[in-house]
Design a protein around this ligand. Structure first.
Ligand SMILES: Nc1nc2c(ncn2[C@@H]2O[C@H](COP(=O)(O)OP(=O)(O)OP(=O)(O)O)[C@@H](O)[C@H]2O)c(=O)[nH]1
Ligand SMILES: [Zn+2]
Length: 317
C-alpha cells in the first residue's frame, strides 16, 4: 500500500460492501477501506448512494495496516441492478436499492447433472436478463458427469437464439479457458440456483489464492461482522465477477403478464401476426406465436416456459 498516501486522492471500483463500509480497489489492485460522509456527492439520482461495482473518487484519511478513506464522489452508473423495497414496511429507507452497478452481462449458471439440467430455470433467468437489457452467457456446469447428448439436444433452442453457451466443468477444468475469454474485461454477475457450482466455478476462475486474500482484517477491527451483500472479484485476464445473494435469489418482480412476452425475443416477429394487439398467446384465436410453435419456428419447450412463468405471475398478483 505504498502508492496510496494520507490526504491523497484516487479513483477506483467498489468491490465489497458491508454495513456501511466499502472496499475500493484502484487500477493497480491496491485497496482502501472506505466510508461515505455527509458531503459524499453522487452523479446518480434517486437510488442507493454506493453499491458494489460503482466507480468512485476517494480521499485517503489513514494509512495504517490497511489504507482507509472516504468516498467523495460516486460516478454515474452505466447499468444498475435494482431491487424495489417494500416502503410500507420500511418508510425511512430508500425505495430503490442498487444490488450491483455497472454490470456488463449476466452469467446464468446451471448444472448439467446433480441437479439435472432444468431449462425452465434457464428461461426464468433469461427473462430476467432480457428485462434488464443485459446480455446473458449460459454456463452449463458439471459436464464431467453429464449425459452429453441429452444436454446438447436440450440446449439447441438457445444456440438458435444466439445466446452464448459455455459447457464447463469446475471439477476437471473443461471449458474454463473459453468461459474465461467470454468474461475477460467485463463485469459479469453470476446467477444460478443453489448447488449448481457457482462458488466452485468462481474459485477456479479467480484462483483460490485470490479468494483467500480478498478477506481483509479491517472488517473485524471495525466491528463489521454482517455478511457480505455482494463481492466483486478480479479475474486474472481482466474484468470482474460479481457474486451476490441479491442476484442469486433474483425475482421477477418487474415482470407482468403484459410485458412478459417482450422478454422472449423469438416471439417478437411472430407476434406481429396475432389478431389482437393485446394477445397473451394462450387462448386467443389467430395467434402468431401459437402458429409459430405449431410450425416449429418457436421451440415448444420455450413456449411451455412462457406459459409456466405467465401462470406464476398470475399467482403473485
Ligand atoms: N461433478 C462436479 N461437481 C461439481 C462441479 N462444480 C461444483 N461441483 C459440486 O457441486 C456442489 C455445489 O457446488 P457449489 O459451488 O457450492 O454450488 P453453488 O452454486 O455455489 O451453491 P450455493 O452456494 O448453495 O448457491 C459441490 O459439492 C461441488 O463440489 C463440477 O463441475 N462437477
Ligand atoms: Zn398471440
Amino acid at each position: 500500500m505504498n502508492r496510496l498516501k494520507k490526504g491523497g486522492e484516487f479513483e477506483g471500483v467498489v468491490t465489497e460492501a458491508r454495513g456501511g463500509m466499502y472496499l475500493v480497489e484502484e487500477a493497480g489492485g491496491e485497496r482502501c477501506l472506505c466510508t461515505t460522509y455527509r458531503g459524499t456527492k453522487t452523479e446518480n439520482i434517486g437510488t442507493g448512494l454506493v453499491a458494489v461495482g460503482d466507480c468512485v473518487a476517494v480521499t485517503i484519511t489513514a494509512t495504517g495496516k490497511d489504507v482507509e478513506g472516504v468516498i467523495t464522489l460516486v460516478r454515474k452508473r452505466r447499468t444498475a441492478l435494482v431491487r424495489k423495497r417494500d416502503v410500507r414496511r420500511n418508510r425511512s429507507k430508500e425505495k430503490i436499492q442498487v444490488i450491483a452497478a455497472n454490470i456488463d452481462q449476466l452469467a446464468v449458471v446451471v448444472s448439467a447433472e446433480q441437479p439435472p439440467l432444468n431449462t425452465r430455470l434457464i428461461d426464468r433467468y433469461l427473462v430476467f436478463a432480457e428485462s434488464e437489457c443485459l446480455p446473458a452467457v449460459i454456463v452449463v456446469n458439471k459436464m464431467d458427469i453429464a449425459d452429453r447428448k441429452l444436454v446438447t439436444e436440450m440446449m439447441i433452442p438457445y444456440c438458435e437464439l444466439d445466446y452464448a453457451i459455455c459447457y464447463v466443468s469446475a471439477e476437471d477444468g473443461e471449458g474454463i479457458t473459453s468461459l474465461g475469454c467470454k468474461l475477460a474485461g467485463k463485469v459479469s454477475a453470476f446467477s444460478g440456483h443453489s448447488g449448481v457450482g457457482k462458488s466452485t466455478l468462481i474459485n477456479v476462475l479467480v484462483g483460490e489464492e485470490k479468494l483467500k486474500t480478498a478477506e481483509i482484517s479491517s472488517w473485524s477491527l471495525k466491528g463489521v461482522h454482517t455478511t457480505t451483500n455482494a463481492v466483486m472479484l478480479g479475474l486474472p485476464q481482466g474484468g470482474y465477477v460479481i457474486d451476490t445473494p441479491g442476484i442469486r435469489e433474483f425475482n421477477l418482480s418487474e415482470i407482468t403478464k403484459e410485458n412478459l412476452r417482450f422478454y422472449f425475443p423469438e416471439f417478437l416477429a411472430p407476434m406481429e401476426n396475432c389478431a389482437f394487439s393485446s394477445c397473451t398467446h394462450t387462448v386467443e384465436p389467430s395467434c402468431g406465436v401459437v402458429h409459430a410453435v405449431d410450425n416449429g419456428t418457436i421451440s415448444r419447450e420455450r413456449y411451455t416456459s412462457y406459459l409456466a412463468i405467465l401462470d406464476s405471475l398470475d399467482d403473485s398478483m
